[in-house]
Write a protein that binds this ligand. Structure first.
Ligand code: GRF
Length: 209
């Protein structure tokens, strides 16, 4: 399939902050053979760099403020509405620090992906890079997975190891993890958009890999 605008899969990218993975996706989507287009960038926080990156690329943005844990369902509905309003058919979580509720998982089955800077199921949660260093791990890495209702838990699409060096700090290690992320995430989104990912239970196969 060629990446013409008619055949591209429109995706919503969900962010909370810096957006370097968003930038990698925007750069990939600017190439004609990329199978997805970024239809909207949605943030739970106003004013973040990720929103500026989207605006610089001429991509529509939406802010859905996080209302607190008790209103997760209403938050999820608002996200789903913003996704639908922009015609997106899949969700790409890129440094999005909130947990989506059931409505999103049910509306977009095997159409929500997340990237996590650790080799899941090791070091899930919000601090995977400091956790890996504190644990003394010799190897950590990057995981891209489908999102289900549990945190950092859905079927794994791709993993790549990254060695932890003796003199690594959180910053130096996260910088090397980011390099991997920026290469890997666009490739996974492209594969999803081409229909190259098949899910059976927890096992994901990537045609052509
Ligand atoms: C990345 O390391 C990603 O794996 C994690 O949050 C970080 C976001 O970085 N979920 P950025 O906002 O894409 O620069």
């Amino acid at each position: 399939m060629s990446g013409t605008s008619e055949s591209r899969l429109p995706v919503a990218v969900l962010v909370s902050g810096n957006g370097s993975n968003l930038q990698a996706l925007l750069d990939a989507a600017s190439k004609p053979d990329f199978a997805a287009e970024v239809a909207v960038v949605i943030s739970d926080r106003p004013g973040v760099l990720a929103l500026q990156r989207a605006e610089r690329s001429g991509v529509p943005t939406a802010v859905v403020p996080w209302p607190g844990d008790r209103d997760r369902d209403a938050f999820t509905s608002s996200i789903c509405r913003a996704v639908r309003d922009h015609g997106a058919e899949a969700l790409v979580l890129a440094g999005f620090m909130r947990i989506l509720g059931r409505e999103a998982i049910e509306r977009f089955p095997n159409r929500i992906v997340n990237i996590h800077p650790a080799l899941l199921p090791a070091f899930p949660g919000a601090q995977p890079v400091p956790d890996a260093i504190a644990h003394g791990a010799k190897v950590t890495g990057v995981t891209v997975h489908f999102v289900d209702e549990k945190v950092d838990h859905g079927p794994i699409i791709y993993q790549e190891p990254v060695t932890v060096r003796d003199d690594d700090t959180v910053d130096t290690l996260h910088a090397r993890l980011h390099e991997v992320e920026h290469r890997v995430y666009p490739a996974v989104v492209d594969a999803m958009a081409r229909g190259a990912l098949t899910v059976e239970g927890r096992r994901v196969t990537w045609e052509g890999m």
